[in-house]
Design a protein around this ligand. Structure first.
Ligand SMILES: Cc1ncc(COP(=O)(O)O)c(C=O)c1O
Length: 459
C-alpha cells in the first residue's frame, strides 16, 4: 500500500474520527503485545476495533457503535453471540467447576454427539484448538503408515504449527517461514488446489506420502472453492495408495452441513479435525476418524498390536466448560436447524448485497456456498454478473487482491456498521436476520459511496 494511504484517505479519517477509544486501546496494547495484537489476522490499518460486548448477530465497540458482526468469533459462533442455550449450559457448569483433572459425564456426551453427527467419526480425541487437532491428525497418520511426507494445498490454512506454517499466504515454493526447520519443510509438499492431474502426479512420484490434508470446501472456507469431483478423485487416489485423507473441518464442521463438508459431498475422509463450532464458541477442538487410526492413542490396543503408543497430553482437553458449550451447541445442531438457517440467511444477505453491486454498476460480487460471505473486488476487472457469479468455475483469481481497496472497503463497511474479516470474508450465524441483510446491503452501498468519493473505485 502507498505510504500516504493512512494520511490521505477520507475513509481512514472517518474511521479514526468514529473510533477514538479503539485508537487509545490500540496505543496501549502496543506497550504489551507485538504490533499490539493477539492474533495476526486481527491486524487492520490504522488499527483494529476494540469490542466491548456482543449479543446475537451484533457487537458494540468501545466507542458505543453497533455492528452487524460477520467475524463470528472467527467462525466459531454458529448460534451467534451468547446464545441462551449455550450461556445457560456454561453458567451451570461454572457453578459445578471448570476443571476436574478427571473424566466427566460431559465429555462422554460431547464425544457421542461428534460421532453421531460426523460420518467419519468412529472415535474421537478432544484437543484445545484446530491447530492441535491437525497436528494430532498428522502424527497419527505418520504413526500408522510409517511414512513421513505430508501433502497440502496452496492457500489452505490448517493453523500455525510448524508443518503448516508456509504455503498459505506466502512461501508457496514450500520453503520454511522463520523459526520453522528446513527438515520439517522438506517433509511437506504443496500442490495446486483443485488440480487433480497435478496432485495425482505428485502422489505417484512420491512413495513417502503419509497423508493428504485439505479444507474440503476450498481455502478460506470456500474463498477459493474446490469441487466435489476433486474431492471424489482425491478420495479414490488416496484410498488406492493407503494414504490417510484428512479433512480439516475446523470451519466447515457443522457449518457446511450438520455433518460437515464430508456429509455435504458424501466423501468420507479417514480423519477429520474439528474446532470452533464443536466447542460452542469456547476453546476446544477434536480429531476424529477411523478407529484403527485413533487406536494409536489407545494404551491397550497398541500393546496388543506390539506398537508404541502415540503420546498425547493437554491440560484443557475436554475441559468441562468447553464441553458444556460444545454439548449445548451440538444438540442444537442435531435437534434444530441452525446450520440450514445460517445457510439460508447467508444466501439472502449475498443476494441483497449483489443487488447493490448491480444497482451501483460495480463489477464486484459476494459469493459463497454455505453460511459465509466472500467479497470479490475483482482486481483484474473481469466481466462478471454479480447476481449470477459463477465462482465454482474458478475462472477468477481469488488469491489476487488489491490491498488498498480491500482495507478501504473494510473500513468503509465498519464506518457503516458492519464488521467482516481482513480477507473480506464473513461467517453468518443462525440468528442473523433479514434486518441484518438490509443493514449489510446499506453498509455496502455506503462503503462504495465512500470509495467512489475518493476515486478508489473503477468507474
Ligand atoms: C481451516 C482451519 N484449520 C485450522 C485452523 C486453526 O484453528 P485454531 O485457530 O483453533 O488453532 C483454522 C483457524 O481459523 C482454520 O480456519
Amino acid at each position: 500500500m502507498p505510504d500516504d494511504f493512512l494520511t490521505n484517505s477520507r475513509i481512514v479519517a472517518a474511521y479514526r474520527e468514529r473510533t477514538p477509544n479503539s485508537a487509545a486501546c490500540a496505543n496501549e496494547a502496543r506497550d504489551h503485545f507485538p504490533s499490539g495484537l493477539t492474533h495476526d489476522s486481527r491486524r487492520l490499518q490504522p488499527y483494529g476495533l476494540y469490542v466491548d460486548r456482543a449479543q446475537g448477530s451484533r457487537k458494540w465497540d468501545v466507542d458505543g457503535h453497533e455492528y452487524v458482526d460477520f467475524f463470528g468469533g472467527h467462525g466459531a459462533l454458529l448460534l451467534g453471540h451468547n446464545h441462551s442455550v449455550v450461556t445457560a449450559a456454561c453458567h451451570e457448569q461454572i457453578d459445578k467447576g471448570t476443571h476436574y483433572g478427571a473424566g466427566h459425564r460431559g465429555e462422554i456426551e460431547w464425544g457421542a454427539l461428534v460421532k453421531e453427527l460426523l460420518p467419519c467419526a468412529e472415535e474421537v480425541r478432544f484437543v484445545s484448538s484446530g491447530t492441535e487437532a491437525n497436528l494430532m491428525a498428522l502424527r497419527l497418520a505418520r504413526a500408522h503408515t510409517g511414512r513421513e511426507t505430508l501433502l497440502r494445498f496452496k492457500g489452505h490454512f490448517h493453523g500455525w504449527h510448524d508443518h503448516v506454517a508456509f504455503g498459505v499466504s506466502d512461501h508457496f515454493d514450500g520453503s520454511p517461514t522463520p523459526g520453522v526447520l528446513d527438515g520439517i519443510a522438506d517433509k511437506v509438499v504443496i500442490a495446486p488446489p483443485d488440480d487433480i492431474d497435478e496432485t495425482r502426479r505428485i502422489i505417484e512420484a512420491n512413495d513417502d506420502i503419509c497423508a493428504v490434508i485439505l479444507e474440503p470446501t476450498g481455502s478460506g472456507f470456500g474463498q477459493a472453492p474446490v469441487t466435489r469431483k476433486f474431492l471424489q478423485a482425491l478420495r479414490e487416489i488416496t484410498a488406492k495408495r493407503e494414504i490417510i485423507l484428512i479433512f480439516d473441518e475446523v470451519v466447515s464442521g457443522f457449518r457446511a452441513s450438520r455433518g460437515g463438508a464430508q456429509e455435504f459431498h458424501n466423501v468420507i475422509p479417514d480423519m477429520a479435525s474439528l474446532a470452533k463450532i464443536v466447542a460452542g464458541g469456547l476453546p476446544g477442538g477434536a480429531v476424529c476418524g477411523r478407529k484403527d487410526l485413533l487406536d494409536h492413542l489407545d494404551f491397550d490396543v497398541t500393546v496388543s498390536k506390539g506398537l508404541e503408543k502415540v503420546g498425547h497430553q493437554g491440560t484443557f482437553n475436554a475441559n468441562p466448560l468447553s464441553s458444556a458449550a460444545g454439548v449445548a451447541t451440538l444438540k442444537m445442531v442435531r435437534d434444530k436447524t441452525p446450520t440450514q438457517d445460517a445457510i439460508d440467511i447467508a444466501a439472502s444477505i449475498r443476494s441483497k448485497v449483489n443487488q447493490v453491486f448491480v444497482d451501483e454498476g460495480v463489477n464486484w460480487a459476494t459469493y459463497g456456498q454455505f453460511s459465509e460471505l466472500h467479497f470479490f473486488t475483482n482486481p483484474e476487472n473481469v466481466e462478471i454478473d454479480p447476481l449470477n457469479f459463477d465462482f465454482m468455475s474458478r475462472k477468477c483469481n481469488f488469491f489476487k487482491k488489491d490491498a488498498e481497496t480491500v482495507t478501504k472497503f473494510r473500513l468503509g463497511l465498519m464506518v457503516n456498521g458492519v464488521d467482516i474479516n481482513g480477507k473480506l470474508a464473513g461467517k453468518v450465524s443462525s440468528v442473523h436476520t433479514e434486518e441484518d441483510a438490509d443493514l449489510t446491503a446499506n453498509a455496502v452501498k455506503g462503503a462504495l459511496d465512500m470509495l467512489r468519493s475518493e476515486g478508489a473505485l473503477p468507474s
